[in-house]
Design a protein around this ligand. Structure first.
Ligand code: PMP
Length: 356
């Protein structure tokens, strides 16, 4: 199957999109890229769904479009209305595009720890960006609560609520999952990815499980500082939070409603240290020509790790969530790597890429 799949990727993308008009019609139908070097190394077949190819540049375009369409279908927003969301950035970028295309105003609350590139892009897309202190969900000043409060306070506005509105997972159940099933010709042994809202994992996981009659294993990968691995591996008894991560947009301190719809069906979970994720950012650039963000790199590390746990020859799919453009002043800066104690995580032959 691997050789057949290798031929799909890029050409399929361009064929699919040659006649598409406008942003919303261009979301999805991303290629599935065969990661040749890593597949060879592991003896399995590792694929990354190239979500950086979405017009807003990330996997979150799908959720953004799904959330707004759901609100429209339920009559919650009328022409000229305002879409408000709390987001680490990518959902905001997707929403800003969707709002431009549909004529809505877009207000984004985000933690002030996020990269400048994402803030700049949001503003260029016409969003009203409101950076707020990065405090825990329990704190009323958390960016999500501020987004909800603001949406309630104005007329004809919706808070899309990406974490707990399951229209998010539904978008992946209806698009990402079927695309993966079709692209692997139904031969997908395992799917693994990290979660922020849990929309991707729950939506894709549910679809693949249904289509494979429960055979496809679905795994969660976690960055340090997230509670999900300890929650899942302890059968829901223990929630521990320790450490933090350089990855953006993933890791959770609670079970969101999106993840909650699927968490009991997961085969397992494990944590990936930042040192491995950052090394994979560089390795993917060097060996596969892929310029990806840290959450994508974490997902690929996790797929390789999962390959060690499954029989040789397994087909393992993960998500390449976004490109490195959004993070390059961090990920490729020697000073930044040093400040995060990650300089030694980059092997000598890859250090040449740390050019900033
Ligand atoms: N990677 C990146 C870069 C993201 O921005 C997000 C969403 N915050 C994710 C992964 C996780 O996706 P999901 O919200 O569907 O769990």
């Amino acid at each position: 199957m691997a050789s057949a799949l290798r031929n799909i990727s890029w050409s399929r993308r361009f064929a699919t999109h040659s006649s598409v008009q406008g942003f919303n019609g261009a979301v999805g139908n991303t290629p599935l890229i065969y990661l040749k070097g890593l597949s060879k190394k592991t003896g399995s077949h590792i694929y990354g769904k190239a979500e950086f190819q979405n017009p807003g540049g990330s996997v979150k375009d799908r959720a953004a479009l799904g959330l707004v369409r759901d609100a429209e279908e339920r009559g919650l927003i009328k022409p000229g209305g305002t879409v408000v969301e709390g987001t680490a950035g990518n959902t905001g970028i997707g929403l800003a595009h969707v709002c431009r295309a549909k004529g809505y105003k877009c207000v984004i609350y985000m933690p002030n720890t996020q990269s400048q590139e994402k803030i700049d892009l949001l503003r260029m897309l016409g969003a009203d960006v409101r950076p707020v202190p990065a405090v825990a969900f329990e704190n009323p000043q958390n960016y999500n609560h501020q987004a909800r409060e603001y949406a309630i306070s104005i007329e004809n506005a919706i808070w899309t609520n990406q974490f707990d509105n399951i229209a998010n997972a539904k978008a992946h159940y209806e698009t990402t999952g079927p695309e993966i099933w079709e692209q692997t010709k139904g031969q997908v042994d395992a799917f693994i990815c990290a979660t922020g809202t849990g929309g991707t994992l729950a939506g894709v996981g549910k679809y693949l499980k249904e289509m494979s009659n429960g055979k496809t294993q679905i795994w969660l990968a976690d960055p340090p500082g997230s509670v999900l691995t300890s929650y899942i591996t302890s059968g829901g008894r223990l929630i521990e939070r320790s450490g933090s991560s350089i990855t953006e947009g993933i890791g959770q301190g609670r079970i969101t409603d999106n993840l909650g719809t699927f968490i009991s069906e997961l085969s397992g979970a494990f944590t990936v240290p930042d040192s491995k994720s950052i090394e994979m950012v560089y390795d993917l650039l060097d060996s596969e020509g892929l310029y990806v963000g840290a959450s994508s790199a974490l997902n690929v590390v996790a797929a390789v790790e999962l390959a060690q746990r499954l029989p040789k020859g397994s087909n393992i799919v993960t998500i390449i969530c976004d490109g490195a453009y959004r993070y390059q002043t961090r990920l490729f800066s020697k000073a930044w790597l040093r400040s995060k104690d990650l300089e030694d995580a980059i092997p000598p032959h890859l250090k040449k890429y740390a050019v900033l």
